[in-house]
Design a protein around this ligand. Structure first.
Ligand SMILES: Nc1ncnc2c1ncn2[C@@H]1O[C@H](COP(=O)(O)OP(=O)(O)O)[C@@H](O)[C@H]1O
Ligand SMILES: N[C@@H](CCOP(=O)(O)O)C(=O)O
Length: 320
């Protein structure tokens, strides 16, 4: 159960009265959240989602609002925020920052079909074409600077072999990315796992949970997607899903030579990013609430598989 801040019907009804969304009919806490408190809200006019922000840097919320609204205005399937009658999106409820969203249809695709992979690759490509022009700025909080600074904190919890693996990898990334020309930049989702998408059959209802959203290397986003969407249980790449996602993506945004060159290392770096962040959640900075943490081992396995087998060849770009 992940309703960290319970709300009464009366509180939500009063909150909704600032918006032009109708009157409260039903309120349901969402069990699946991990960081924030989420409610499904039914009014006599529409289905909504109410999010209370429990942690994180609240001063960064305007960036997320601007990013979601920008992508929504550019017809990407994301929940653009609902603004009140005065045009304000970000509010306070129960002393927590609060946002209201349209409720998007669908379920998380745990075993995505070929068509779901194609749609996701196409949508991410479209998003990155648009997001290169997004005017906001938020440095990637999980980039190589973060890896460099934070990996020292995890080493003590690792076996000697894993310490060597992690240290050697970070050193390799520093060498590669320190010398590489700047890669194409834009706004990223930053955590586009299957469970941050909603599909109704093969139709993408939407991409949610933009709270790792930031600006930086677009390739970082694509590598996160491949590691989650196109990995077999043992950590190796699933060649069918890999080709489908990358082909669909590149029909929208062909990768540059510089991106193609660093691609295998980017897959490794984003695998290590989750190995490390999950280790830190368990050993260094556990959340106050009692939720089962994500398994760091999953991403150590993915990293080892990328090291052992390399990346599969990148499909050539073919234009839409
Ligand atoms: N706009 C939305 N439309 C439909 N469902 C949503 C929406 N936003 C969140 N949800 C549901 O609420 C759950 C938790 O939301 P999420 O933003 O991922 O919270 P957390 O960051 O706490 O995990 C999601 O897994 C999804 O089921
Ligand atoms: N989806 C992530 C959790 C979000 O990453 P974080 O670095 O913001 O904690 C995961 O699967 O570990």
């Amino acid at each position: 159960m992940a309703v960290f801040t319970p709300l009464s019907d009366a509180q939500v009804a009063e909150f909704l009265s600032r918006f032009d969304v109708g009157s409260l009919v039903a309120l349901e806490g969402v069990a699946g959240g991990t960081e924030n408190t989420t409610f499904f809200v039914t009014t006599d006019r529409r289905e909504l989602v109410l999010t209370l922000f429990e942690q994180g840097e609240h001063e960064e919320l305007p960036f997320f609002v601007e990013l979601l609204d920008y992508l929504d205005e550019h017809r990407l399937p994301v929940p653009g925020t609902v603004h009140d009658r005065d045009g304000i999106a970000l509010h306070s409820l129960a002393d927590k920052p609060a946002l209201l969203f349209p409720r998007l249809p669908g379920r998380h695709p745990l075993s995505p079909s070929a068509e779901q992979c194609r749609v996701l690759g196409d949508t991410l490509g479209r998003m990155h074409v648009v997001s290169q022009h997004f005017p906001g700025h938020r440095p990637n909080p999980r980039d190589l600077n973060w890896l460099t600074a934070m990996h020292h904190k995890a080493l003590v919890y690792l076996s000697a072999d894993d310490q060597t693996l992690m240290k050697d990898e970070v050193e390799i990334y520093q060498g590669v990315f320190g010398d590489a020309p700047e890669l194409p930049q834009g706004a990223l989702h930053g955590d586009l796992f299957r469970d941050n998408t909603l599909f109704e059959g093969d139709r993408l209802g939407g991409i949610i949970d933009f709270y790792n959203g930031c600006t930086g290397d677009l390739l970082f986003d694509l590598a996160i997607v491949i590691n989650d969407w196109a990995t077999e249980p043992g950590g190796r790449l699933d060649s069918e899903r890999y080709d489908i996602i990358l082909n669909a993506y590149q029909r929208r945004r062909p990768l540059s030579e510089a991106e193609r060159k660093v691609w295998p290392i980017m897959l490794r770096m984003t695998a290590l990013r989750y190995w490390l962040s999950r280790l830190l959640v368990i050993y260094v900075d556990p959340p106050a609430h009692d939720l089962t943490p994500h398994d760091p081992e999953q991403f150590r396995t993915i990293l080892k598989a990328r090291l052992e087998h390399g990346a599969l060849p990148l499909p050539e770009a073919s234009h839409a």
